[in-house]
Design a protein around this ligand. Structure first.
Ligand SMILES: [Zn+2]
Length: 597
């Protein structure tokens, strides 16, 4: 009680109304699935009102980690409120808010239904065999700034045997959970059904690997053995495990995508994810990425990412750290866990560099502004995206690679990027958050040299990245490409649209753009000879770079001929390999990068 009084005084002092100070009673939700085959979850919420005549509730419009306004409230229906048998007035006040007239009741019961049939990490899915519930599209909460507990009790459909979530169970219950605040319930997906689960313990902390969906082909034993190695590799990088327990939740649903949470991650994969090397390493790489977020972004975070405004865009300029550095470690962890090979690691790194270097938009938008504009660009790509912006995932990963080499070189290998990340974690995790300048400072301290100007060039300008230092340090080079053997090319992309050869992208700096080919043009013939939908490459192979060809296209059904002077395919000049003259010392440095210390 004494603590409560103190808290009330503090809240009063910071200017929040006295009513808020007293209303730390939880909101208590019950989720029911009376007809899961209809894809609905029914929600009942006991809402404390603090005796106010009116309260307003809202649904989040986006999910942290996935930076786009998603308008979850469109799946909410049949919102009613009552006290006992007495109905209360409920009025929709904005697209995602409802105002309840309480009549002075201390507690009101809010009921509504939510449609869930979107197999993405943001939304809900309810069907006869399982339910996947995410917080943002499910829980209406009070419009207030208090850190109010949120409790949820699950009434499973009869066929479902278990509930999997990183939420803390209420003592003695297997289906009731407590979140200390709204952020926590938003951040804790819940899967209810009959999943395959495996558990292991590291540092006394429970780790649960969960597969739900079509699990018949999933090799859970192989998976859990490797996940355990990833956990150890993560701990070696960051020094300790930052969570009370962790849930790795995979929906085996032929969908894709994954999202980080503080004490769990939720992802989707195909039923054969553990059957082939490529699919398995893809699944494990994604898992390593989301798992590394338990440190980088869920705890060590940009200052703008908390407290969240769940109804508006939250602008942030350092997602290249939050996502890109995480992507760098997503390649490092499986290698240090001795799961991926040296070649797979080099291939992953090469792919990150290649993605940056073939994107014309890297010369238009600095990566910090690509981060800022994520709300309008990253999650809404169109045919011109690559021309105007750069993806902060690969560019951030490449900056991490360059920075790691810089720190190692400057400190004679006594410190690494791991050191910088540990120091940043110690200084800025939790409620603090870092500004870009603070992040640059901590990394400069790890390197023992001022890197402010280097960060300004790499992250805040469109200057080309300089690979010289890192490649020299590790004894690497880009595999030479012989320009004399380059095949002819137009540039851009095409798709086979039911037998029609349709242009999907025209990139800057390519013959196609210069000649005036447009996205959605259907290519019919080259030099008056028909081109089939799958025959463009074979046809172009009949020509040489510099040849002029006449391309017959249909543009909105109007036929036209466009002359194109073929260029030389740049090939893949961004594939890393060991330099033939690499010294033992250089080779040893690269081995150290891949193996940890
Ligand atoms: Zn991520």
């Amino acid at each position: 009680m004494a603590r409560l009084v103190t808290k009330a005084l503090i809240i009063l002092l910071v200017g929040i109304s006295a009513a808020h100070a007293q209303v730390l009673e939880p909101i208590r939700y019950t989720l029911r699935f009376p007809a899961p085959h209809t894809h609905y979850v029914e929600v009942e919420a006991a809402i404390p009102t603090g005796g106010r005549p009116q309260v307003e509730v809202y649904m989040a419009t986006w999910t942290p980690g996935s930076y786009l306004i998603r308008e979850y409230e469109r799946h909410v229906e049949a919102v009613t409120a009552s006290v006992g048998a007495r109905s209360l007035g409920v009025e929709k006040s904005t697209k995602n808010r409802w105002r309840i007239t309480t009549g002075g009741a201390a507690n009101v019961t809010l009921r509504y239904k939510v449609y869930g049939r979107e197999m993405t990490v943001r939304n809900n899915w309810v069907e006869s065999s399982f339910a996947m519930i995410n917080g943002a599209p499910t829980f209406l909460t009070l419009v207030e700034r208090a850190a109010r507990p949120h409790e949820v009790r699950i009434e499973s459909a009869p066929a479902w045997k278990s509930v999997q979530t990183a939420l803390a169970p209420i003592a003695g219950s297997r289906n009731a959970f407590r979140a200390e605040d709204f952020d926590t319930i938003i951040d804790s997906p819940i899967v209810i059904g009959n999943p395959v689960t495996r558990e292991f313990t590291v540092d006394g902390k429970k780790h649960v690997v969960v597969f739900e969906g079509d699990t018949a082909f999933i090799d859970a034993d192989r998976a859990v053995a490797d996940v355990q190695k990833i956990v150890h590799a993560g701990k070696d990088v960051m020094g300790s495990l930052p969570y009370p327990h962790y849930y790795f939740i995979t929906m085996v649903t032929e969908a894709s995508g994954a999202l980080e949470h503080k004490n769990s991650y939720l992802g989707m994969t195909g039923r054969y994810a553990t059957r082939s090397r490529g699919a398995y390493m893809g699944w494990l790489g994604t898992l390593a990425h989301e798992y590394f977020h338990a440190w980088n972004v869920k705890r060590l975070r940009p200052i703008e990412l908390g407290p969240f405004d769940y109804e508006n865009e939250n602008y942030v300029k350092t997602l290249w750290v939050a996502e890109g550095f995480t992507d760098y470690y997503a390649d490092i962890l499986p290698r240090r866990a001795a799961i991926s090979t040296r070649d797979e690691f080099l291939d992953g790194l090469s792919s990150q560099i290649e993605q940056v270097q073939v994107t014309p938009g890297r010369l238009v938008t600095p990566v910090n502004m690509a981060s800022f504009d994520t709300w309008i660009k990253q999650y809404r790509p169109d045919e011109n995206t690559a021309n105007t912006t750069v993806n902060y995932y690969p560019k951030g990963a490449v900056i991490a690679f360059l920075l790691d080499a810089k720190i190692r070189k400057a400190t004679n290998g006594t410190r690494t990027l791991d050191t910088g990340m540990q120091w940043a974690m110690q200084r800025y995790s939790g409620d603090k958050g870092y500004t870009p300048a603070q992040f640059y400072t901590v990394m400069s301290e790890a390197a023992g040299v001022d890197l402010k100007d280097w960060f300004a060039r790499t992250a805040e300008s469109t200057e080309e990245l300089d690979y010289t230092e890192a490649l020299e340090f590790y004894g690497l080079r880009f595999s030479p490409v012989d320009p004399k053997t380059a095949p002819p090319f137009i540039g851009g992309g095409t798709r086979n649209d039911n037998g029609r050869l349709v242009i999907t992208a025209v990139r800057r700096g390519t013959p196609g753009l210069d000649a005036g080919l447009n996205v959605d043009d259907e290519i019919l013939a080259i030099d008056d000879v028909r081109v089939r939908a799958d025959g463009l490459g074979a046809r172009l192979a009949q020509y040489r770079p510099g040849d002029k060809i006449s391309v017959l296209v249909a543009r909105r059904d109007r036929l036209m001929k466009i002359d194109v002077t073929l260029g030389a395919d740049p090939g893949r000049p961004w594939r890393l390999e060991q330099a033939p003259d690499a010294t033992d010392e250089q080779k040893a440095r690269f081995e150290t990068l891949m193996n940890g210390r």
